[in-house]
Design a protein around this ligand. Sequence first.
Ligand code: ZN
Length: 212
Amino acid sequence: MPDRVLARSHAHRTEFFENERELLESLAGHGQFPDAMFIGCSDSRVVPEILTGARPGDLFVVRVVANIVPPYGTGQNAVGAAVEFAVQRLRVEHLIICGHTDCGGIKALDNGVDMVTEPATANWIEFARPAQSQVAALGLTGDARHRAIVEGNVLLQLDNLRTYAAVSHALAENRLELHGWVYDLAELQLRFYDAGQDRFVIFSPSNPQASE
Ligand SMILES: [Zn+2]
């Protein structure tokens, strides 16, 4: 039986390879020089290349449940390895953490997960617990509560990024900027963290991306 995923994507792939031949051959010959790394959720609706308009070679990407970056030293090295590669070797200039509304990982964190049936999930999302605890203490409910945890988690994971020597050195050398984004699925809006206002604001061309 033919692989249905392969079969379904064949026409698209053929057209893409043909249309982008020049770019793809250049990338194969000269290597990759992305200027940004994007750490986003695995959610199928949060597509980094679509949100940023990136083409092959533009964006170094990690997608993981609830866009979590385990702090250095926790023994969870998958995301950290990608961060080190991006910052040390590829010398990316921008590092983006992108959360999103209606996040299943954040909902699991807030509503509880069965340790027996989903032990990996239960352990993983604990890396976002401080964000949930902070919001729970405020007594928020519903959408406001969810959004606040999503936003708090983005800021928490930005802090976790700084625990990596590669990141702290690059920041000290002024060759890296950290960015916090939240993609609102229902509103079709991208909000970014404005350090000056200490809150997430809607991006518009007259309100350009703030950085830290
Ligand atoms: Zn998610």
